[in-house]
Design a protein around this ligand. Structure first.
Ligand SMILES: Cc1ncc(COP(=O)(O)O)c(C=O)c1O
Length: 365
C-alpha cells in the first residue's frame, strides 16, 4: 500500500503500486493524457499559505497580464472548471433571454454538452450541417433570418470551433469573413477554443491573429486538452459588448474558490511557449499517424489532418480488434468512421506501434 503521508515513499513507489500503468497511452482523446510536469510544478509553486479565494488571489491577478500579452490590452480572462462551462458562460454573455446561437451541427455545444447550453443557459441552438465542421457566411445565412420576428428565437450570436471537432482548421481569413458577416447582421461571435493552441501551432501565427485581430468577441480558451490538470478560461476580447461574465460564471457554477490553482496552470502554459510545444507536438504526432496509415491498404483517412486528430474508415472488425489493444472511439457508428486523437504526451514510438498494430490487424481480413 502506498503511504501518501510519506513524500519519500511516494517518490520511491513501484509501478506495481499505482492503479494505472503510466506507459499505456491510447488514441481516444487528448483528455486521456495526464498533466504536463511543468504544470504540476506550477501547481506546487502556488501551494502553501493562504490566498484570497474566488479569484482575488495574486495568481489570477497576474494571469490578466499573461492573457493581455497574447490577446491584446482589452482582454479579460475568467478561469472556469471545464469547457462546457466556458461555452455556456460565454454564450450567455452574448445573448438576451430570447437569443439563439448559430453553430455547426457537429459543434461540441450541439453534440457533446448534454444540452447544457439549452438547459443551463436557456439558449436555443440553430445548427447548420457542414461538410467539414466549419461555418461560412453562406452557411450562417441558412439560420440568420427572422430578425425582429417574436416567433423566432433571435439569432444574435455565431459560435465556431477552432480547431474544429473534425480536426479541421479555419484560416485567419475565413474567421475574419465570418466575423465581418456576423457583425454586419448584428450578431456577436464566440470561438470555442478548446484546441485553440493546436490551431495556432498549425497555422504558425500568434493566438491573437485569428481571434482579437479579426474581431472575435469572446472565446473559450482550452487548457485541459493541452497539458493542464483541469481548467479553461473565458476570454473576453470585446468588453464593450460582452459583459457580466463574473455573475454568469458564478450562477453557472463555474466559479472556483481555489482559483489560484487554475490560474497558475495557465500561467505555466502561456508565459513561455509550453502551449505551442504541447500543441505542436500533438499535431506532429497526428501528421505522423496519418502518414503511417496512408500506406496501409484498406485504411482511408477521410478528413484533412490539420490539428491533432485523424479520422479514418477501415473494416469494422479491424477497428474492434484494435480496440482490444488501444482505446479509441467510433466517431460514426453508422459509417464505421473512427477518430484517433494525439496528445502532448503521445510519443513517436506510440504512433509507430499503433500503425504497426493497424497493419497487423488489417492482415487478418
Ligand atoms: C470542441 C470542444 N469544446 C469544448 C470541450 C470541453 O468540454 P469539457 O466540458 O469536457 O471540458 C471539448 C472537449 O471534448 C471539445 O472537444
Amino acid at each position: 500500500m502506498i503511504d501518501f503521508s510519506d513524500p519519500a515513499a511516494l517518490s520511491g513507489h513501484t509501478d506495481a503500486e499505482r492503479r494505472h500503468d503510466p506507459a499505456v497511452r491510447g488514441f481516444a482523446s487528448d483528455n486521456y493524457a495526464g498533466v504536463h510536469p511543468e504544470v504540476l510544478a506550477a501547481i506546487a509553486l502556488a501551494n502553501g499559505g493562504h490566498q484570497v479565494a474566488y479569484g482575488e488571489d495574486d495568481y489570477t491577478a497576474h494571469l490578466q497580464d499573461v492573457f493581455r500579452r497574447h490577446f491584446g490590452e482589452k482582454a479579460e480572462a475568467y478561469p472556469v472548471f471545464n469547457g462546457t462551462g466556458a461555452n455556456v458562460v460565454a454564450l450567455q454573455a452574448l445573448l438576451p433571454r430570447w437569443g439563439a446561437v448559430v453553430a455547426a451541427e457537429s459543434a461540441h455545444i450541439n453534440v457533446d454538452e448534454g444540452g447544457a447550453p439549452e438547459k443551463m443557459g436557456g439558449i436555443k441552438l440553430l445548427t447548420v450541417p457542414t461538410p467539414d465542421g466549419k461555418l461560412t457566411p453562406e452557411l450562417i445565412d441558412q439560420q440568420a433570418w427572422g430578425f425582429g420576428d417574436e416567433h423566432r428565437a433571435q439569432p444574435l450570436a455565431v459560435s465556431i470551433t477552432q480547431s474544429t471537432e473534425l480536426g479541421t482548421l479555419y484560416t485567419v481569413e475565413e474567421i475574419r469573413a465570418i466575423v465581418e458577416h456576423a457583425h454586419q447582421l448584428g450578431m456577436l461571435v464566440h470561438v470555442d477554443g478548446s484546441r485553440l493552441a493546436n490551431a495556432a501551432a498549425s497555422l504558425g501565427v500568434p493566438l491573437r491573429a485569428f481571434t482579437t485581430d479579426v474581431g472575435v468577441d469572446v472565446l473559450s480558451f482550452g487548457g485541459t486538452k493541452n497539458g493542464l490538470l483541469f481548467g479553461e478560461c473565458v476570454v473576453v476580447l470585446n468588453p464593450e459588448k460582452v459583459r457580466n461574465i463574473k455573475f454568469l460564471r458564478k450562477t453557472s457554477m463555474q466559479l472556483a474558490s481555489k482559483m489560484r490553482f487554475v490560474s497558475v496552470q495557465f500561467e505555466a502554459l502561456l508565459t513561455g511557449d509550453l502551449y505551442l510545444r504541447n500543441a505542436g507536438h500533438a499535431n506532429a504526432m497526428a501528421a505522423r499517424l496519418e502518414a503511417a496509415v496512408r500506406g496501409i491498404d484498406g485504411v482511408t483517412v477521410v478528413r484533412p489532418v490539420q490539428a491533432n486528430a485523424v479520422f479514418a474508415i477501415l473494416p469494422r472488425e479491424v477497428s474492434e480488434w484494435l480496440q482490444k489493444r488501444y482505446r479509441f472511439y467510433f466517431w460514426n457508428e453508422h459509417t464505421g468512421e473512427v477518430r484517433w486523437m494525439c496528445s502532448f504526451d503521445t510519443t513517436e514510438a506510440d504512433i509507430d506501434a499503433f500503425a504497426a498494430a493497424i497493419a497487423e490487424e488489417m492482415g487478418r481480413v
